[in-house]
Write a protein that binds this ligand. Sequence first.
Ligand code: PMP
Length: 376
Amino acid sequence: MSNGEYPYGQPLASAQRNTALLPGGEPVIMLTSNNYLGLSVDADVVAAAQRTVQDYGLSTCGARLHNGTTVLHREFEQQLAQWLGFEDCVLFSSGFLANVAPLSALGGPGVVFITDQLDHQSITDGCQQSGADLRIFPHNDMLKLEYILRRTQDHACRLIVVDGVYSMDGDLAPLHEIDELCRRYDALLMVDDAHGIGVFGDTGRGSCEHFGIQPDILMGTLSKSFGSSGGFITASQEVCDYIRHAAHGYIFNASPPPVLIGGALAALDAIRTRPELRRRLWANTIAFRQGLLDERFAIESGSSPIVPIPVGDDALAMQMTHDLRARGVFLSVAAFPAVPQGASRFRATVTALLEESDIERAITVISATAREKGIL
Ligand code: PMP
């Protein structure tokens, strides 16, 4: 592959709204951002972040247990716990860490983690670091999950860990069935709802609200709907207290910068009080999906704002990424090992920021490029 075709790590030279600027000033329509509700550039959220940086400076320069806890950190944890219906919440400096740190602390002798094959890498890393037993079931295969539950009844603690919304394919875990299995086999459930909170559920509480279930531990990130950066888990007081004193990624890590938490507090307020943002996200998602289906793209019929557009061959997908950017559409390619070999795809993500004209233009460019390359 020549350097010109390497598609990863493309620098951007502006904020990411419906469009962003490449370093030469060329605008590209953003179809690769998890900023689902547009809150990273929302006027209220940015103003709150600006006030926070004035008041608190850039960083706490310390870990939570020492000088790294501000009143904003505690306020945000309490608001999240209350909103999501849990006793307490623990913030981490990334979503990645919000899986790795608690899972590596919770595992140990007698514990078995049971995970979906397509769970996020941070779940797998956390389970592996814990040294606990790990059993993996094929994606969304409830029969296999039940089989594992039947075969692990001798373990003192079984924790099923799944994504609420799968980050590469955008499909949902059947949480109502998983919850039912947990009750039947006396297992605990943790849901990583990085892509669900703010997007799914009548009031934006995520895929658990969508399915009407309450897991034992709910993990979320601030880098998607909240438009900020950081991560959290919400759970019982006992679990949160344990994690605060056992999770290395909490104890030995500088706390998330106050500016990000100040912004996230305003973002939480927007998620709760401005349902029109979610309505716009869903209207854009339906329009984008329908446009691709009208052009006969073989996209899955699922409904999430994550829309995988299959390409297949890795080199072709990378060349197409380059061509699309040159034509004003920013898409990112997911290739092996993030997806199975030969199953390269564009992982398009829709946001509330897109205008109708952006969606129409993007579909015209994507289909013309796909036809030229013979994949449509
Ligand atoms: N879980 C899932 C399902 C994700 O998709 C991601 C981010 N890609 C993370 C966790 C990690 O979150 P962050 O990027 O905010 O660290």
